[in-house]
Write a protein that binds this ligand. Structure first.
Ligand SMILES: C[S@@+](CC[C@H](N)C(=O)[O-])C[C@H]1O[C@@H](n2cnc3c(N)ncnc32)[C@H](O)[C@@H]1O
Length: 304
């Protein structure tokens, strides 16, 4: 099932890194095709439990029909709230494999891929109202400039923002082709790479991906049992930086100090992976989508 929906990345590294306790309780924040979940379940005994989150309802079709699994079709930013709802106050491990699945990417009408023409959508959670259409057609020039620069590291973000704002004055940018056509004259370098950066920025904005990740990370030390582990796979440097800083310092600041109080944040996590784990040659050959994956693992300290 998972091979057509999504090939799990760094599978062995994740399950080994989580140091799974057979009767433990684990959370897969990004169930997707269920590849990582399946491997976790294989290491759990009958008393083990797995809480699987995915904000995309489609992921439900991959559920294994296993009494040990609780599926939560919501954003992982509400992790603690939904765990409480299921009477779970602490867990032995948390996994997040960020971004979109191959399934989402390959479904033309979802609007995630530059390869197809479709409406500008890009929502992982279809219950959400804001789409990429809203971002492209209603954000101000400054807002667009900032998001293309920050989220896509697009070199000519300012020109890009101005071009969108000018273009939509004559007609609404409804589809992927409308957007690509509006940008034809300003593409820098390889068009595929350029559009990929533009799409990445829009996707991060539509799904508030960095905010959700920050909120998730802040809940991790509160929810892990002492000795419990967290494993996060990221696919771009913005996400990786948040994870790296938070694991190292318990804070998103580069210094680990609260800029207002100048006090050191208390860090309840110990870094297990000094450098991020990346896919080996074999995995890269078998799954080109694994190429930018970085796995970081941390452990909750026994006592702080
Ligand atoms: C890269 S895929 C995960 C693939 C999965 N590990 C597997 O083995 O098939 C990411 C999945 O997480 C979901 N997702 C991404 N961000 C999320 C969030 N903030 N809350 C809940 N689900 C999220 C997406 O809908 C997608 O299905």
């Amino acid at each position: 099932m998972e091979s057509s929906y999504h090939i799990p990345v760094l599978l062995q590294e994740v399950v080994d890194g989580l140091k799974i306790i057979p009767n433990g309780t684990y959370v897969d924040c990004t169930f997707g095709g269920g590849g990582h979940s399946k491997a976790i379940l294989e290491r759990l005994n009958v008393d083990g439990r797995l809480v699987a989150f995915d904000q995309d309802e489609n992921a439900r079709e991959n559920l294994p029909g296993d009494g040990r699994v609780i599926f939560v079709p919501h954003n992982f930013r509400h992790l603690q709230r939904f765990l409480r709802l299921h009477n779970i106050s602490a867990v032995d491990g948390i996994l997040a494999d960020l971004g979109v699945s191959s399934h989402q990417f390959d479904e033309p009408e979802r609007g995630f891929s530059t390869r197809y023409n479709a409406e500008l959508d890009m929502r992982m959670d279809k219950r959400q109202t804001m789409t990429a259409f809203d971002v492209v057609n209603s954000y101000g020039e400054q807002q667009l400039h900032k998001l293309f620069e920050q989220y896509g590291e697009v070199t000519n973000a300012k020109t890009l923002a101005r071009t969108i704002v000018e273009s939509r004055k004559s007609s609404t940018i409804k589809t992927i082709d409308d957007l690509k056509n509006a940008l034809r004259g300003i593409v820098k370098g390889n068009p595929n790479k350029y559009f990929a950066q533009v799409f990445q920025s829009l996707r991060i904005e539509v799904n508030e991906e960095l905010t959700a990740l920050r909120e998730l990370l802040q809940q991790v030390p509160l929810l892990l049992k002492p000795g419990g582990r967290v494993a996060i796979i990221t696919f771009h440097s913005l996400e990786d930086r948040l994870v790296k800083n938070f694991f190292r310092r318990g804070s998103f600041e580069e210094t680990g100090e609260d800029p207002f109080t100048m006090q050191k944040e208390v860090n309840e996590l110990k870094v297990i992976t000094k450098k991020p784990v990346t896919p080996g040659e074999r995995e890269l050959k078998q799954n080109s989508r694994s190429r930018s994956a970085k796995l970081r693992i941390a452990e909750k300290l026994m006592m702080v």
